[in-house]
Design a protein around this ligand. Structure first.
Ligand code: ADQ
Length: 468
């Protein structure tokens, strides 16, 4: 069996794959350890042209090689900050209003993909399988093919795939989909995303799409003179590991401090990267509505929002941060008392296990993105609960996770009144119903954990005939 090569915009450090840094890093590293191979991508550093061209830097860890390159300032600006995060990210999250298109940034995006592919070339063996991750790397397979690579190459999109009419707002949309068709297997988070891709193929690219009868979530596509497969692979977590860690951290000082500071008030927890797709402002407004319409809850419930800034050199991220700070201040100004602050908005990064123990302490997990590929926070919230006294998940219908977590209270994040009713219902829910909902959700998490996601994608990739 061949080795595995994982390609992603950022590469976890060897330490991150062992600690608490993130489920995904641990999950992908597990597959790399089993098959042996290479994890290749950007180091996260902006460097001089000489240093960039000298890479990749190789770090060996048992059977796995971590191979990273730095990016020059121009490459970072055009490929990462520009086309990836100021064009693709907003449009794929249906925020065309926040997207901009600059022809030179798109050229930079393709140039960096080609350069990265060239850098990887000497590390590839003929029978390796290559697994590329996410929207930064759409043209990566095309670039490898241009270098003569005939290995199997799969791609997993972590974010939503937009409906054709939305995708068409990006001027080179046809080139992007043409590039995607150079992969052998395309994986999506939900069947909606897969459907949107198929719609584009059928209507805009005049290609052919057929679903396998035995499994409706696997498609065969013929387009742009190529054949490829598509599938739905719902990313998950390792729920029992999270449960164990959350319980272990329960009596640590940070949890005791939080409990003491709440003085018996109920706790609603929200954790996100600070991003306009996560629906933070809408969430604050619905919480405000709860305090407005149900005065009994004033002074009795606290919302803790943890949201460290990300991509803060992209203009739209500065704006969302300012808006959020303003709204938290306004709502707190309205409803605070001498010993009560309704919203605690914390913009620092927290250790993952610490977060899980805070989830366990709370009565409500409040996860309401406007659009989200999956949303692992929702899954982590469920997994971290105490089975004897679980909290309730209030979840947006626009998170990929909503299709699986049917025990959550599902809400439309654009409807503040119904979100505030869902909060009220969650805060008052009897223990029997909370337990039943928790069990439904936990069963879904165990059925489809991170290992299932990873193994089913890699199994399907290995089944693709090579060099088609
Ligand atoms: P993200 O947009 O980053 O990921 P999400 O899935 O919610 O969104 O979180 C990924 C990880 O980051 C989780 O393990 C979470 O605990 C951690 N995280 C989030 N906020 C944090 C915080 N404030 N402090 C510390 N850790 C935090 C993208 C897509 C998602 C998709 C994932 C995985 O946007 O839709 O679920 O990839 O495919």
């Amino acid at each position: 069996m061949g080795r595995l090569i994982v390609v992603s915009n950022r590469v976890a450090t060897p330490t991150e794959t062992k600690g608490s840094a993130g489920g995904l890093a641990v999950g992908v590293f597990g597959a790399l350890k089993d098959a042996g191979g290479v994890w290749f991508g950007w180091s996260g550093d902006v460097v001089s042209e000489t240093v960039a061209n000298a890479g990749p830097m190789l770090v060996e860890d048992g059977p796995v090689t971590f191979a990273t390159v730095g990016l020059t300032r121009k490459d970072y600006d055009q490929y990462y900050r520009g086309f990836s995060n100021a064009t693709l990210w907003p449009v794929f999250h249906y925020r065309n209003d926040l997207a901009r298109y600059e022809r030179d940034e798109y050229a930079g995006y393709r140039r960096v993909n080609a350069w990265l592919a060239h850098k990887l070339m000497k590390l590839i063996h003929p029978d390796d399988n290559i697994w590329v991750h996410d929207y930064h790397l759409i043209p990566f397979a095309e670039a490898l093919r241009a270098e003569g690579v005939r290995n199997r190459i799969g791609f997993f999109l972590h974010i939503p795939f937009p409906a054709p009419q939305v995708l068409q707002t990006i001027p080179p949309h046809d080139e992007l989909v043409r590039s995607l068709s150079c992969y052998d297997l395309l994986g999506f988070q939900t069947s909606n995303d897969q459907q949107a891709f198929h719609d584009y193929i059928a209507r805009e690219a005049h290609g052919k799409v057929s679903m396998r009868a035995a499994n409706e979530e696997h498609g065969d596509v013929e387009a742009y003179g190529r054949k490829l497969r598509t599938g739905v692979y719902r990313i998950g977590v390792f729920p029992d590991e999270i449960a164990a860690q959350a319980a272990r951290y329960e009596s640590r000082q940070h949890v005791l401090d939080l409990k003491q500071s709440l003085e018996g008030r109920k706790l609603i927890m929200s954790v996100d990267r600070l991003d306009y797709s996560k629906g933070l402002v809408e969430r604050f407004h619905a919480f405000e509505q709860l305090l407005e319409t149900t005065p009994e809850w004033r002074g009795k419930v606290t919302l803790v929002q943890i949201a460290p800034p990300t991509r803060s050199d992209v203009a739209s991220y500065k704006l969302i941060r300012e808006e959020l700070e303003r709204e938290a201040g306004r709502i707190n100004g309205r409803y605070s008392g001498l010993d009560y602050t309704p919203i605690r908005y914390l913009s620092q990064q927290y250790d993952r296990w610490k977060l899980m123990s805070l989830f366990r302490e709370s009565q409500v997990g409040y996860v309401t993105p406007l659009h989200d590929g999956m949303n692992l926070v929702a899954k982590e919230y469920v997994a971290a609960q105490n089975p004897d006294d679980p909290g309730v998940l209030v979840l947006s219908i626009f998170a990929g996770a909503a299709a699986e977590l049917t025990g959550a209270l599902l809400v439309n994040p654009h409807d503040a009144a119904s979100m505030s009713e869902a909060l009220e219902r969650a805060l008052s829910m009897p223990l029997d119903e909370r337990r039943a909902r928790y069990q439904t959700n936990m069963a879904a998490l165990r059925r489809n954990d991170l290992g299932v996601w990873r193994d089913s994608f890699l199994r399907d990739l290995a089944a693709v005939p090579q060099a088609r």
